[in-house]
Design a protein around this ligand. Sequence first.
Ligand code: HEC
Length: 83
Amino acid sequence: MRYAISLAAAFSLAVANVSLAADGAAVFKQNCASCHGETGKSDTAAGKAMKVPALAGDAKVAGMADADIAAVVAYVKGLAAAK
Ligand code: HEC
């Protein structure tokens, strides 16, 4: 029973991540792709001119947990509000 519950939890987490990534694609295209490129390889004119690092395959990006990313964004938003 406990196994079935944790399997269900893992499955819903995986589904949540898939829809999160779909949402992120639109946000990325709008806010990040001009430099980092639609493929995340930073192969745009701006990316090359500014030597923008590729995000696809980036170890720092891959190493961050979803919760850490949300926490960093929340923290940085708080910094702007505090000034
Ligand atoms: C105007 C161009 C530009 C845009 C737009 C932009 N970036 Fe960047 N990004 C850069 C540059 C330049 C660097 C490298 C900065 C450095 O190393 O000093 C960078 C670095 C990064 C890094 C660090 C990568 C590493 O491992 O060093 C991440 C993560 C990142 N950007 C994410 C994003 C995200 C997410 C967005 C959209 C919300 C975004 N960037 C939008 C130019 C841009």
